[in-house]
Design a protein around this ligand. Structure first.
Ligand SMILES: Cc1cc2nc3c(=O)[nH]c(=O)nc-3n(C[C@H](O)[C@H](O)[C@H](O)COP(=O)(O)OP(=O)(O)OC[C@H]3O[C@@H](n4cnc5c(N)ncnc54)[C@H](O)[C@@H]3O)c2cc1C
Length: 421
């Protein structure tokens, strides 16, 4: 019923990507790990720009946008197969022009932006000339957007934005920020806020500090920002007044599935290391691979990765046949599963490496530090569990009696009568 195979021409592109990432991109992690999301200095520009040019020559640059938004239009299934390779290295996202949060930001500017906004913000973003930030979460509220307080008040034709935002990823390196602010506190909760495009050097944008986290993007950081009466023109409004909630939903749908696709690659990398280690390390009269408890860790990781990959591919296939909106339940499932499989597989890989696993000599300890973040960013696991359950339950009715419908006494009596017993 589901066919995840791809045509030979695209398989050739995947094969090219596989070799290119292994030979040209992953070595960057060994020398310049942690620098992928910083503006390029001269030294790195000389290395990275030619690599980006090779990606462009292959028609593989910034592939996340659909054709209606000016992208390649490969579709989600092909993107899933590409992201399975890109997720092996933080540098790969940058070199293929599809790093978060810029991908989601590009998507919403392409969807909701005016031609002027696209020329000013989208073009340089897609050309890889700048980074951007998405400023939604606040110090006192995250997963419930109805509680956000940052205000944008009309001032003549334009707006004045004031408030505080927390965890705006990569804001320190961003050329512009997309800010979600309350424009009508009396409106319906989902129509209270609007989205604004704010150049990062606008007077009043104050980065208070970069909040450090466990292992994740310490370089670019997640900024705590104060917007001190930031005056912007009418051209700063993205989409309609009151449209921010719908825009943020559109943004996070695509972002979550692409992140989950890249997680397949990250866990596969940890799994490969686990298997190699199990075959190499001698202890207690044999290799680790001969120990049944290690075998259980390998088998459990294998089946979790296979299940997860199929969930992703199926969801991608479904989106290609419908939309991210139609596939919301499946996308939420991918988000929940990504955090779990990442946590479990990376922990086992790290543990099987013993002291080496917790050292800085392999990427495993850094990956492990990122595990708790996965269940929080883009919405906590519990919020996605609740939304999965809510939608799944819509397909069910309460039983008319204390027994499950299929086992109600009159059903059993009818079955007995049918067989004359
Ligand atoms: C690495 C990382 C990068 C991020 N990047 C950005 C960014 O670029 N821009 C941005 O705006 N934000 C960003 N965030 C913030 C992120 O969107 C929020 O952390 C997330 O929405 C959760 O909000 P919160 O942290 O305020 O947690 P809260 O909303 O306070 O929730 C705390 C905990 O309460 C529980 N909980 C919450 N709601 C429910 C519920 N309905 N049912 C049951 N339990 C619940 C969960 O366990 C949850 O983890 C980032 C976060 C991380 C970790």
């Amino acid at each position: 019923m589901w066919d995840f195979s791809t045509e030979p021409e695209f398989q050739a592109k995947l094969d090219w990507m596989d070799a290119f990432i292994r030979d040209e991109v992953e070595p960057l992690d060994l020398v310049y790990g942690g620098k992928a999301y910083e503006p390029l200095g001269d030294e790195l520009r000389g290395i990275v720009e030619p690599l980006k040019a090779r990606v462009r020559e292959q028609g593989l640059w910034a592939c996340h946008l659909g054709p209606e938004l000016g992208g390649q239009g490969y579709g989600q299934l092909k993107l899933a197969l590409m992201n399975e390779l890109i997720g092996r290295s933080p540098w790969a996202s940058v070199i293929f022009g599809c790093q978060a949060p810029d991908t989601g930001n590009a998507e919403i500017i392409a969807m909701y932006g005016t031609e002027e906004q696209k020329a000013r913000y989208l073009k340089p973003l897609l050309d890889g000339e700048c980074f951007s930030g998405f400023s939604m979460t606040e110090p006192h509220a995250g997963s419930d957007p109805r509680l956000f307080r940052t205000r944008a008040v009309r001032d003549g034709d334009g707006w004045v934005i004031s408030g505080e935002k927390y965890f705006t990823s990569n804001a320190s390196n961003a050329a512009f920020l997309i800010v979600m602010a309350v424009t009508d506190p009396d409106a319906h909760p989902y129509q209270r806020m609007s989205m604004f495009l704010v150049p990062a050097d606008t007077p009043g944008v104050e980065i208070l500090r970069n909040v450090s986290t466990m292992g994740h993007r310490g370089d670019g950081g997640h900024a705590h920002i104060r917007y001190n009466d930031v005056a912007v023109g009418p051209d700063a409004l993205l989409g309609e007044v009151g449209g921010a909630f719908a825009i943020s939903q559109a943004r996070l749908g695509g972002g979550r599935i692409h992140h989950a696709m890249r997680t397949v690659a990250a866990v596969k990398k940890a799994f490969d290391m686990m298997c190699e280690r199990a075959l190499s390390r001698e202890t207690h009269d044999g290799t680790l691979a001969g120990k049944q408890l290690v075998q259980a860790a390998i088998a459990d990781s294998y089946l979790q990765i296979q299940q997860f990959r199929l969930l992703i591919l199926h969801t991608a296939w479904l989106i290609d046949r419908s939309s991210t909106k139609e596939a919301r339940t499946q996308i939420a499932a991918c988000k929940v599963a990504a955090a779990r499989v990442f946590h479990d597989v990376v922990y086992r890989a790290m543990h099987i490496h013993g002291a080496l696993g917790v050292s800085g000599d392999t990427p495993l300890a850094r990956l492990w530090q990122a595990a708790p973040l996965m269940g929080i960013m883009d919405g906590p696991t519990e919020v996605h569990q609740a939304s999965i359950a809510r939608r799944v339950l819509r397909g069910y009715e309460p039983s008319p009696g204390p027994w499950p419908t299929e086992y109600l006494p009159d059903k059993i009596a009818a079955a007995r009568e049918k067989y004359g017993v």
